[in-house]
Design a protein around this ligand. Structure first.
Ligand code: DGJ
Length: 693
């Protein structure tokens, strides 16, 4: 028997194998004692054999093998170049396990294949990163290669995964475990609005704040496949890998993206916080980490393609007076881009709109104390563009494909295409003082191809190297390309094209299962939402945006005096709290009222918190139910107060202490009974501030 363990003081993973076979993950859960006898653990995990089955249970290994009669989805599906299936048997060559890392090499001599699995745990964030590589002595086709396969708990009733659509990202699906496969496959060429590459497996009874949970995220931008399977014998497995059947060209080496894993005994939040910290502290590279996240102004919903320097200057002045610190010039500044039918990728400043180039606007913006950001969509091409007329072969996919937003994708595997994009973007960045790119991607691919995402990552890497001070925002019609792969090149995610605060409230709450506040852009939209037609109060719009990386995206000329005052006040609040909030954790709270979406930001040192209690609908009952906070020191006394108690409406008639000022309450009380808030309208939000004295 061979056995290896990974520990971070909080969780233990045990991999063990019979003889030289591939190992199974025998245990993934709460930290085991250092003295645990792994031999006994393996013995105790053995399964019985009964009638109507094989004489032995095939291993649910990190790469389940067809040659061992595995009764479910195998971890590897490979064919010889002539199409003959390869049913290999992998045997141990070497193992290298120390300091929170396990590296295992297996070999199938008969078929000339080497399989390498790597697992490493980050003891600070408690995220395990797992990946697999397959090498072959001769060219083969690989139709499916899973990252190291994990078992799923049998005391779990359901799995939670994420779907969505344009303007409706991060919808959670709860699917009961039943025999067979829950298969999610994203073949759009992006990580996609539709199938975010993440999964939570909660134990029975787990909520946001309590119970055990296991979580998965596949860090790949080009489309993934997830298999969550209950085998006929009752065992369960979770597999993640690249979307299949896309790149079946013969090759010698194949690798998965990193699969990120998190385990929690403190509800879904334990996994969420691990992912949030890992993204913020290890995946994203920050050009100037010491600089506070700047408050954004983005002009898209103010002017769309109608760029007039004088109007933009006026808007910039108003944005700066509200407190904006970065002005982002969105789509419409180049070539003849008057609508979305033409001009990408002719990245030359439109001299009809900007006769003196971008400098006067940029200087104006700088003069107002803001930095300048600019929009590109580097992977796309409009048939109506100079570049297409010259290089129609640069477009990706069939000539008669269905266009998406009147555009085609560029062939990102073509070096000439990437050189063009690099040269054009670099020219703009060199000629101007610009510290930010909003990087858009507005259509799904005509046919899926992993070489597209690979090419994009190369281009982004080159640009980051050449312009290390320039931040990039990942946007794909909102949150259509959001994963830990793209976040290794980018610093902000445009979560959704919906600036409707009501919709944003639940989207960003769900996204917090994976994403920290520091990378999650959230803008105060127009009074009447451009994507839902809803008319929402400025208080609600402002506070929803203030719970993430805040920005403004509206025509500030529409603001009344009263609205301006509210917005400026919330922005000032955000600025005085962003230092700790952008470095803190977001905890989703368990609300007793389905109309309430509640979460709490807690500082890294746990000395303060801000709870955002959003009312997404009218409650069924008359009185607000208490909101139980989370992860406070039970014996400490906290000063709690409503940051926005002036927002109380006339129909809140009671004499509640919280409406009058702060209260001192124990962590025990706040977590056990919770805070009872004043009555409020739907589409409103209470902000509770708490601190240790
Ligand atoms: C889609 C993005 O999500 C929007 O924010 C905006 O940048 C437009 N594209 C511009 O065309």
């Amino acid at each position: 028997m061979h056995a290896w363990r990974l520990d971070d003081g909080h969780q233990t993973v045990v991999l063990a194998a019979r003889g030289n076979r591939l190992p199974e993950v025998m245990y993934w859960g709460a930290a085991l004692p250092a003295s645990e006898d792994l031999g006994a653990l393996v013995d105790a995990s053995g399964h019985d054999v009964t009638g109507g089955m094989l004489d032995e249970n095939p291993d649910l290994s990190i790469c389940p093998e067809t040659a061992r009669t595995f009764p479910g989805q195998p971890g590897l599906i490979a064919h010889a170049v002539d199409g003959t299936p390869i049913h290999g048997t992998l045997l141990l060559v070497s193992a290298d396990a120390e300091g929170g890392r396990i590296g295992l090499t297996y070999r199938d001599d008969a078929n000339g294949m080497t399989y390498i699995a790597e697992l490493a745990v980050d003891s600070a964030t408690r995220v395990i990163t797992a990946s697999a590589t397959l090498r072959s002595d001769k060219p083969i086709r690989v139709l499916w290669l899973a990252a190291p396969v994990m078992p799923a708990a049998q005391h779990s009733d359901e799995m939670i995964d994420v779907s969505g659509r344009w303007c409706g990202e991060f919808q959670l699906n709860r699917t009961p475990w039943i025999p067979g496969i829950r298969l999610r496959e994203n073949r759009t060429g992006r990580s996609g609005h539709e199938h975010f590459p993440g999964l939570f497996v909660p134990a029975r009874g787990t909520t946001n704040t309590q119970g055990e949970a296991w979580a998965f995220h596949y860090g790949w931008s080009g489309g993934h496949r997830m298999v969550a399977e209950e085998l006929p014998d009752g065992r369960r497995q979770v597999q993640f890998g690249h979307a299949t059947g896309i790149d079946s060209r013969p090759g010698l080496e194949f690798a998965t993206a990193p699969l990120y894993l998190a385990y929690s005994r403190t509800g879904l939040n334990g996994c969420a916080v691990s992912f949030q910290r890992h993204v913020r502290d290890h995946v994203v590279t920050w050009p100037r980490p010491e600089r506070p996240r700047p408050l954004h102004y983005n002009c898209w919903e103010a002017v769309y393609f109608d760029h007039k320097p004088e109007v933009l200057k006026d808007i910039a002045g108003r944005a700066a007076r509200l407190g904006a610190e970065r002005f982002v010039l969105d789509d419409g500044w180049f070539d003849a881009r008057n609508d979305d039918t033409s001009s990408i990728p002719d990245w030359d400043v439109d001299r009809r709109k900007f006769p003196d180039g971008l400098d006067p606007l940029i200087e104006h913006v700088h003069g107002l104390g803001m930095t300048f950001g600019i929009w590109f969509e580097p992977e796309m091409i409009n048939p109506d563009s100079g570049v297409y007329r010259k290089h129609p072969d640069w477009a990706f996919g069939p000539g008669d494909q269905i266009l998406g937003r009147q555009q085609m994708a560029l062939d990102m595997s073509n070096t000439a295409v990437r050189e063009h994009a690099f040269a054009k973007i670099a020219a703009i960045l060199r000629a101007h003082d610009i510290d930010y790119i909003k990087w858009d991607h507005n259509r799904v691919l005509p046919v899926p191809d992993h070489a597209q995402a690979e090419g994009t990552h190369v281009l982004m890497g080159q640009l980051r190297e050449a312009f290390p001070d320039v931040e990039i925002e990942t946007c794909a019609s909102g949150g259509g390309r959001l994963d830990l792969g793209i976040l290794s090149h980018t610093q902000r995610a445009w979560l959704s094209d919906s600036n409707d605060a009501l919709e944003r409230l639940s989207m960003q709450h769900n996204a917090a299962l994976f994403l920290p506040a520091a990378v999650t852009g959230s803008h105060v939209g127009p009074r009447v939402s451009h994507t839902s037609g809803r008319n929402l109060d400025i208080r609600f719009r402002a506070w929803v945006a203030a719970s993430r990386h805040m920005g403004i995206e509206m025509d500030p000329r529409e603001l009344t005096e009263g609205e301006t005052e509210v917005l400026a006040k919330v922005i000032a609040w955000w600025k005085s709290n962003r230092g700790w909030m952008m470095q803190g954790d977001i905890l989703r709270l368990d609300s007793a009222d389905p109309a309430i979406i509640a979460e709490m930001h807690i500082a890294a040192d746990r000395s303060r918190f801000a709870a955002f209690i959003g009312k997404s609908a009218t409650s069924a009952q008359i009185l607000p139910r208490p909101i139980r906070l989370a992860e406070l020191d039970p014996n400490a006394s906290y000063r709690v107060e409503l940051a926005n108690r002036d927002d109380a409406v006339r129909l809140s008639r009671g004499n509640m202490a919280l409406k009058n000022g702060p209260l001192m309450l124990s962590g025990r009380f706040l977590v056990s009974k919770g805070l009872t808030l004043p009555w409020s309208y739907p589409a409103s939000l209470w902000v509770i501030e708490g601190s240790l004295p």
